[in-house]
Design a protein around this ligand. Structure first.
Ligand code: ADP
Ligand code: TRP
Length: 335
């Protein structure tokens, strides 16, 4: 008898190139979960369509996120790994689920509410600039989650509400059709809440594409060095003692250096005699040591015609092999 593992599923929306924060808070923890769970990780390219209007950019980011996963260590033999748009069953399930989803639930979704509040503040119509894709985004995400029979969904805190919605919608379906078919009820796990690992960006705020303060995970060496130099520090002179926990370069170092290196630097900063320039040089060395092997793998995979296409095609077949019978069961229950 085979041991039936629980299923961990997550998606990354391709709206930019992966950065160090994504690695620390999402990619790394998800790959860790792949050690103990059956893992299903995908690129949520149709979710990105709610904002990205340039097809070429969408293709580039999709490829970059896919190459990023593999370069960071995702093993496509062990993880089902695909592009969302290659699994059409997800979109059919989205419609079926829409029919058991209360509209009020969508009105209360964070992303939509934030757009509405911004409009109100600007004195515009509530729904100005809101497309149906943004409004119905949580239903598509629910279909992503339910169609694969997910147990846990590792996500950032901002996405936890969407996973609760998936659980709610699964509950509504089960209530209506449960004697014919029942979904498993998924739950979110938020690695950043567990590890407290929120990586600061160049300006000290949370590293995020929306703040334009990121260090791309696969930045070429010269760019990486330049970006590390741009991390903000105060004007404490080298000889004076410093508080490592208030230093942004140190907080980044903590996530990437070996524990012994971190403790040594902590002691040196606290004692005084180390300038920010030296800390940044050390940080660059540590980051480059960690990312250099991944960067060269990333570059290979990004090359046109690389094995990435084959990996995604095989992944889509595996994903559809799960999605097709699931969709059939739901259709049979509903129609
Ligand atoms: P961004 O804020 O750059 O748009 P996303 O919202 O696409 O990033 O995040 C994708 C994943 O990466 C989420 O799980 C999120 O929690 C994680 N993440 C993003 N930025 C950070 C950060 N600075 N520290 C830790 N985790 C992060
Ligand atoms: N909405 C998620 C984000 O913006 C991406 C995503 C799409 C996702 N479908 C998912 C995450 C399913 C987890 C499970 O980050």
């Amino acid at each position: 008898m085979t041991d039936k593992k629980l299923v961990s599923l997550t998606g990354i929306k391709p709206t930019g190139e992966p950065h160090l924060g994504n690695y620390v808070g999402a990619i790394g923890p998800a790959l860790q979960l792949a050690e103990t769970y059956e893992s299903i990780y995908f690129i949520a390219d149709y979710h990105a369509l709610t904002t990205i209007r340039d097809p070429e950019l969408l293709r580039r980011y999709t490829r970059s996120v896919a190459a990023g996963w593999v370069a960071c260590g995702l093993d496509p033999e062990r993880t089902i790994f695909y592009r969302q748009s290659d699994v059409p069953e997800i979109f059919e399930l989205t419609w079926l689920l829409s029919c058991v989803t209360a509209k009020g639930l969508m009105n209360r979704a964070h992303a939509y509410k934030a757009a509405r509040d911004r409009n109100r503040e600007a004195g515009q119509d509530d729904d100005a600039g809101v497309n149906m894709g943004l409004y119905c985004y949580p239903v598509l995400m629910t279909a992503d989650i339910l169609i694969m029979g997910s147990d846990v969904v590792p996500v950032g805190r901002d996405q936890a509400q969407h996973v609760e919605y998936a659980a709610d919608i699964a509950g509504s379906f089960n209530h209506l059709y449960g004697d014919r078919y029942s979904f498993k009820i998924p739950r979110a796990i938020t690695p950043e809440a567990e590890t407290g690992a929120v990586l600061p960006g160049l300006d000290g705020r949370k590293m995020s594409k929306s703040y334009g303060n990121t260090i791309p995970l696969f930045a070429p060496e010269t760019e990486l060095r330049k970006l590390v130099r741009r991390i903000v520090t105060d004007s404490t002179p080298p000889e004076e003692p410093k508080n490592p926990d208030e230093s942004i370069p140190f907080q980044i170092l903590e996530q990437f250096a070996e524990p012994g290196e971190v403790e040594k630097m902590r002691a040196r900063l606290t004692a005084g005699g180390v300038g920010w320039g030296e800390l940044k040089n050390d940080l660059f060395t540590v980051l480059d040591r960690v990312v250099a092997p991944m960067r060269s793998r990333y570059e290979e995979l990004m090359a046109p015609g690389s094995e990435l296409d084959e990996m995604l095609a095989t992944g889509a077949e595996k994903a559809r092999a799960r999605a097709v019978p699931m969709l059939r069961a739901v259709k049979t229950a509903m129609t």
